[in-house]
Ligand binder design. Structure first.
Ligand code: FAD
Ligand code: SF4
Length: 482
């Protein structure tokens, strides 16, 4: 496709910028989208993007950039949008962010760039995520990614895990001339971006396009390789000649509540539920038959209040659930999910039962779940993380009829790489110890980052760790100093 002719707008006087309303994201109507898996947000047109970009105050010290974990130069790319140079804007973002079409869609912008936008003191913040998504999609449609041309260094790096942290390391190091090979345990690449986040938030073709671009840059990928089982980390370094290894294996091991009835048919971990939808393609029903997820006419609840919980329950609604509940033990103010997802879920008809937790899952006596015995909560003193502690209210028990319960109360570290790599330090929760600046582990030449170091966090924090790791891997490979 040919790039659109440049339509350069004249920047507005400062006061007038505050008067331009934040441009709304076009979206599928709620009562249509809750029956399909197509993307909810439809993306800005060039006109909407330029109107939104006009709102930027062009701060002398842009707090948006300071608060972006990878330091995207927001002010500069937004100026290029105003000037009608959308490809230039995309190139500017790519200097700091290898997955802009992803972050534009799933970053919790309210905690990062938009959270500190000066506009938000008086009006709504600049739609940084929407703009980032716009230019990344525009660039994709034009098919004009510029491939780097760097001389090879002769050094080889193995990346374990193809989630956002591993992909960031691979994308950054290939641009430094190192040979990079990514090893992925699953049969599809992308980590949570593919097996966790559903199509209606992050279409799979977006990840495939990003992966194609990385392949064209020279990154090699190998799927169905469980490092620690198929091959050990020591074998990669000692027998296959890798000079450095990055571990980005995520925190994909599901946790359960430990309440009676969790063994019943109808109880899933959110990971299993979403993997069945995303990797076993239940989202393409009826073309793909995933009989376990025929939810027509069934009542379903998810337990938890994060992005995973909302992805699971909104998927259940799209698979035909009659009632779809979120059971969350705190109040909405403490919910860790992105604000936009909570808003969208409500519009779609999800029933939020706040300050509520199951204490037992009920059985029909033949192994199938029939409901959840729940208790209402009140909030007490803040816990170690500063979130107010939920306290059960005595006498508040009630039974909620349910056919399916999905546990989304968090995940923890998968131990395979740690347990098969002598000398690799871990903390008491099983996460890999890595320096927060250099991402170096306790083993020479081995770096780690993303959820496997921090515990379950966010895409952009995993990418930030990948960025830091790529820098220090490059230093290590070029200086030989540990
Ligand atoms: P992952 O994305 O988990 O990738 C790790 C990869 O390593 C996986 O592909 C795994 O198969 C592979 N692997 C594991 N062990 C091995 C091994 N031994 N050998 C080879 N490969 C291995 N964050 C946001 O910012 N916004 C959101 O909207 C959001 N929504 C989410 C929705 C869901 C359903 C989930 C589960 C998470 C969500 N998150 C979101 C969190 C975010 O996706 C993670 O923080 C992020 O993906 C972590 O990246 P990572 O690269 O560390 O690990
Ligand atoms: Fe904001 Fe995320 Fe983009 Fe950074 S990468 S500017 S935090 S949307």
């Amino acid at each position: 496709m040919k790039p659109a002719a440049k339509n350069s707008l004249t920047p507005l006087p400062m006061k007038a910028r505050m008067k331009v309303p934040r441009q709304l994201m076009p979206e599928q109507p709620a009562n249509e989208r809750n029956k399909n898996f197509s993307e909810v947000n439809l993306g800005y047109s060039p006109e909407l993007a330029q109107q939104e970009a006009l709102r930027c105050l062009e701060c002398a010290k842009p707090t948006c950039t300071v608060n972006c974990p990878v330091g995207v130069k927001v002010k500069e790319f937004v100026e290029l949008i105003v000037a009608g140079d959308f490809l230039g804007a995309a190139a500017k973002i790519r200097e700091d962010n290898v997955l802009p079409a992803v972050t534009g869609r799933v970053c919790p912008q309210e905690d990062h760039c938009e959270g500190k936008c000066l506009l938000s003191k008086k009006v709504k913040p600049l739609g940084v995520g929407y703009l980032e998504r716009f230019v990344a999609d525009y660039e994709q449609r034009m098919g004009t990614h510029v491939l780097p041309n760097v001389p090879p260094t002769g050094k080889k790096v193995a990346v374990v895990g193809s989630g956002p942290s591993g992909l960031t390391v691979a994308g950054d190091l290939i641009q430094k001339g190192h040979k990079v090979r990514v090893f992925e345990a699953l049969h599809e690449l992308g980590g949570v971006l593919v097996y966790g986040i559903p199509e209606f938030r992050l279409p799979k073709h977006i990840i495939r396009q990003q992966l194609d671009y990385m392949r064209r840059m020279g990154v090699e990928f190998e799927t169905n390789v469980v490092v620690g089982r198929t091959v050990t980390l020591d074998e990669l370094m000692q027998e296959e000649g890798y000079d450095a290894v990055y571990i980005g294996t995520g925190a994909g091991l599901p946790q359960f509540m430990g309440i009676p009835g969790e063994h019943l048919n109808g109880v899933y971990s959110a990971n299993e539920f979403l993997t069945r939808i995303n990797l076993m393609k239940a989202y393409k029903f009826p073309a793909y038959d995933e009989p376990m997820l025929d939810l027509n006419g069934k009542d379903v609840a998810v337990i938890g209040g994060g992005n995973t919980a909302l992805d699971a329950i909104r998927s259940a609604l799209r698979l035909g659930a009659r009632k779809a509940y979120v059971l969350y033990r705190r109040s909405e103010a403490e919910m860790p999910a992105r604000a936009e997802e909570v808003h969208h879920a409500r519009q779609e008809g999800i029933d939020f039962q706040m300050l509520t937790a199951p204490v037992e899952l009920l059985s029909d006596g033949k192994g199938w779940m029939t409901g959840a015995r729940c208790v209402r909560m009140e909030l007490g003193e803040p816990d170690a993380q500063g979130r107010r502690r939920p306290i059960p209210l005595s006498g508040s028990e009630f039974d909620l009829p349910l056919s399916v319960a999905i546990m989304a109360i968090g995940t923890t570290a998968n131990p395979i790489v740690q347990s098969t790599t002598p000398g690799l330090g871990t903390n008491k929760r099983g996460y890999i110890q890595a320096d927060s600046e250099t991402q170096r582990t306790t083993r020479q030449g081995v770096f780690a980052g993303g959820d496997i170091v921090t515990g379950a966090a966010t895409v952009i924090l995993a990418m930030g760790a990948g960025r830091r790791a790529a820098r220090s891997i490059h230093d290590y490979l070029t200086t030989g100093q540990w």
